[in-house]
Ligand binder design. Structure first.
Ligand code: PMP
Ligand code: GLN
Length: 384
């Protein structure tokens, strides 16, 4: 074997792959990896097909189909009242994952520090590391998983280049308050940081709350990248279409990487999504209500189980404590649960570099009613 040292020595197969495979192997109901078990709007599928029939089958422009970028600009205006230039400020990517990776590779130099909150979505830290950066981790803790801005201030050094934030937050399901955005703004300006804001669950905010987007902080407009995922918004995670919104200078740098990572994103899918946004943009206003009803159903079904829900204000994930059932570490507990109860979940320790275990697991409730009901029945019966 050639002499080789891994660039990501601590990284294994993602917990989502591990748990989805385990769910399949044990015929468990899969509430682990975050994806819906239902299709989105049927018109979307017809529009993608129409794109193929009309010959949208060759490379799309590197930055994204102009029609889609125009519709994303319309979306940003409709939901956030911000005006974006589709040519200079919007880049269509292969999911938010690619947007995040390209942003890190483009903006972080070896030796730069990037602040990231833990529990952290699993793609963040490897992206920082591949760019040669050092992740500086700030711990969030149950039950409320609040953002500790004082801890952020204390960790900033001359090497700190960027801060990566995520709200609504995966896996905790908590969302920013206005004070969080204020603190973020002050810190980014005071210490000259780039803000990378992952807002893939922007439309999934509950209980009459509003999503506070970094897009709405004008002072950060020249130093922020905001990432989104049509996979999440349109219920088709397998389509892998997302986008990065950034000012012209940052967009130019991100595109330098994007053009060599994927060059461009599947053309008929871009066509279909552009048609959908042109005709159905307002439908996205109902997404929060749609998932809130699922959350409320799941919570009411779980009421008679020993699982204890933690606060949730957004995303399609519900965290729960299980200490009435077991004192196993969470990564062991989810395996036992999959094998014995027939329901798969995600251990939150997988989102901490050090494997910090607060005895909390995550269920995905983006499922049809029958699936949620069946899962709750199994969880109620187990160890009863
Ligand atoms: N960020 C977060 C917080 C996520 O949960 C996900 C998973 N959807 C992504 C980014 C990646 O999104 P995509 O599937 O569009 O690559
Ligand atoms: N975002 C999804 C989740 O949190 C997983 C996506 C993936 O498997 N990469 O469950």
């Amino acid at each position: 074997m050639a002499t080789f040292s891994s660039k990501l020595p601590q990284t294994g197969v993602t917990i989502f792959t591990v748990m989805s495979q385990m769910a399949q192997a044990h015929q468990a109901i899969n509430l682990s990896q975050g994806f819906p078990n239902f299709d989105g709007d049927a018109r979307l599928i017809r529009w993608v097909e129409e794109g193929m029939q009309k010959g949208f089958n060759q490379y799309a422009p590197m930055a994204g189909l102009p029609a889609l970028r125009t519709q994303i600009a319309r979306w940003a205006d409709h939901f956030y009242g911000v005006s974006l230039d589709p040519d200079q400020e919007i880049t269509v990517t292969a999911g938010a994952t690619e947007a995040l990776m390209c942003s890190m590779l483009a903006l972080i130099h070896p030796g730069d520090e990037v602040i990231v909150f833990e529990p952290a979505y699993d793609a963040y830290i490897p992206a920082i590391q591949l760019a040669g950066g050092t992740p500086i981790r700030i711990e969030m803790r149950p039950p409320d998983y609040a953002f500790d801005w004082e801890a952020v201030r204390q960790t900033i050094s001359p090497q700190t280049k960027a801060i990566l934030v995520n709200s609504p937050h995966n896996p905790s399901g908590t969302t920013w308050k206005e004070e969080d955005l204020e603190a973020l703004k002050h810190i980014a300006l005071a210490y000259d940081l780039i803000v990378i804001s992952d807002e893939v669950y922007a439309h999934m905010v509950f209980d009459s709350a509003r999503h506070h987007s970094v897009l709405n902080i004008p002072e950060l407009a020249d130093r922020r990248v905001v990432t989104y995922s049509f996979g999440k918004t349109l219920h088709h995670t397998g389509w892998k279409v997302g986008y990065a919104l950034a000012p012209e200078w940052l967009t130019a740098e991100i595109r330098k990487v994007h053009q060599f990572v994927t060059f461009s994103v599947s053309t008929p899918f871009q066509y279909g999504i552009a048609q959908y946004l042109e005709h159905c943009l307002e439908d996205l206003e109902g997404l929060g209500g749609f998932f809130q009803r699922k959350r409320d159903l799941f919570l009411s079904l779980m009421e008679d189980t020993p699982f204890e829900p933690l606060p949730n204000q957004g995303t399609y994930f519900q965290t729960m404590r299980y200490d009435q059932l077991s004192d196993e570490p969470d990564h062991e507990f989810v395996k036992t649960l999959t094998k014995e109860a027939g329901v798969a979940a995600i251990p939150i320790s997988a989102f901490y570099q050090e494997g910090t275990d607060h005895g909390v697991i995550r269920f995905c409730f983006a499922k049809d009613e029958t699936t949620l009901e069946q899962a709750a029945i199994r969880l109620k019966k187990w160890r009863a």
